[in-house]
Design a protein. Structure first.
Length: 397
């Protein structure tokens, strides 16, 4: 079945009563009772038996896991309390001291922080690559300690799209496992497991849930053996998904394909309007959106994605002051750190998330002082453009 059909028909376990609810039941129970001690002991043997205790498994959480595995084309999934829970959980489960990780240079800040911590405190070597050239990985991966490749489908805020098929083929040939953070693309735009990745991670907080009302994360595995190997470590970590959070995420998924279509259509149209303004007026100096012909990742984007996604960024001529002024002048768009929800959000990294960095460090991260990041929502695009134009006039006055 096509993805939009699979998104609507989420996994729903058989209901014992002969008719069953259309929505997945919310089983808000921490534990499950048994008639016999032997049955309880049996159920504790692995991830897929009867439900015992909700840190180990829960019907609502399992419905989310099965649904995500279905959407990504994976053999199985584990749901987590947040995207960082999923990323930390998988890294801790797969890596040992002395291992080497090869990671894309431009990664989500939290992932970057965990990898730096693992390097400093656990003796795991982290080698950085641009992600644009498989030959770079070939050089870095030829080492017996290389265990894992870490990539993102669409990196933030530059919109970089690495050469996934090329890099994943090199990793596979070298016997190196690969993990791809697919939060910004969602399974609607890209399914990295189909391109050869071993594990896909998500911040389901973003597009999958889509309504800015829940935190969550997930790891989806190409091979069920790997899921069963990671699962006991995640039970120890305890960053498990809460049933209500899983339920809210499931509530968002049927409309994911529709929402992604609108996010992409609005973002491509705003990116084009901003690029035109950059040409005509010069007060916007650059627009970063992977679907634009001017973006350095345009070829990779067309190869691995079915749309440019909902995240774009642009630089204002007035630098730091203008960037800060812009995010305070928009009215329809809100100044908030998250992304992937139905509403449009803006941030100014140089004065918020990246305020500790000086000019050179900002430049190395691909962030200009006047860069504004926009998570484009599903509002009417004309209303968004009026809001942007008015805020630009005021910020650059
Ligand atoms: C937000 C985000 C995360 C972290 O997810 P949380 O749900 O906030 O823990 C990881 N990766 C990417 C790409 C993200 O955008």
């Amino acid at each position: 079945m096509e993805l939009n059909t699979r998104a609507v028909h989420v996994f729903n376990e058989p209901f014992p009563a002969g008719s069953w609810p259309l929505s997945v039941p919310l089983v808000q129970s921490s534990a499950f009772a048994f008639d016999s001690a032997a049955e309880l002991a049996d159920a504790m043997a692995g991830p897929d038996g009867r439900y015992v205790y909700s840190r180990r498994g829960n019907p609502t959480v399992r419905a989310l896991e099965q649904t995500l595995a279905g959407l990504e084309g994976g053999a199985g999934a584990i749901a987590f309390a947040s995207g960082m829970g999923a990323i930390s959980g998988v890294l801790l489960a797969l890596l040992r001291p002395g291992d080497r990780v090869v990671a894309q240079r431009c990664l989500y800040g939290g992932t970057h922080a965990v990898l730096s911590d693992l390097a400093e405190r656990y003796g795991i070597e982290v080698v950085r690559i641009s992600g644009d050239d498989p030959a770079e990985l070939e050089a870095a991966a030829v080492h017996p300690a290389t265990r894992l490749l870490v990539l993102e489908t669409i990196a933030n805020p530059t919109g970089q799209v690495p050469d996934l098929p090329g890099l994943l083929a090199v990793a596979r040939a070298a016997g190196v496992m690969s993990l791809v953070d697919n939060s910004l693309a969602s399974p609607v735009l890209c399914r990295p497991l189909e391109l050869g990745a071993d594990v896909v991670v998500h911040s389901t907080t973003k597009y999958l849930s889509g309504h800015s009302d829940v935190l969550g994360g997930a790891a989806v595995f190409a091979d069920d053996e790997l899921r069963r190997r990671v699962w006991p470590r995640t039970v120890e970590l305890g960053a498990c998904a809460d049933p209500f959070a899983a339920w809210l995420t499931l509530r968002g998924i049927p409309t994911l394909p529709l929402r992604m279509r609108e996010h992409c259509a609005n973002a491509v149209s705003l990116a084009a309007a901003l690029a035109e303004r950059a040409e005509v007026r010069g007060d916007v100096t650059a627009v970063h959106y992977p679907w634009l012909a001017s973006h350095p990742s345009r070829e990779n984007a067309r190869k691995v994605l079915s749309g440019g996604g909902g995240l774009l960024s642009f630089e204002l001529a007035g630098g730091r002051e203008a960037g800060r002024a812009f995010v305070e002048r928009v009215r329809l768009a809100k100044l908030a750190l998250s992304l992937g929800g139905v509403e449009t959000l803006v941030t100014h990294p140089a004065s918020t998330s990246h305020r500790e960095l000086d000019g050179a460090a900002l430049e190395a991260a691909g962030i200009g002082p006047g860069l504004v990041r926009m998570s484009v929502g599903i509002e009417d695009v004309a209303d968004l453009w009026s809001d942007i134009e008015r805020a630009l006039e005021q910020a650059l006055a």
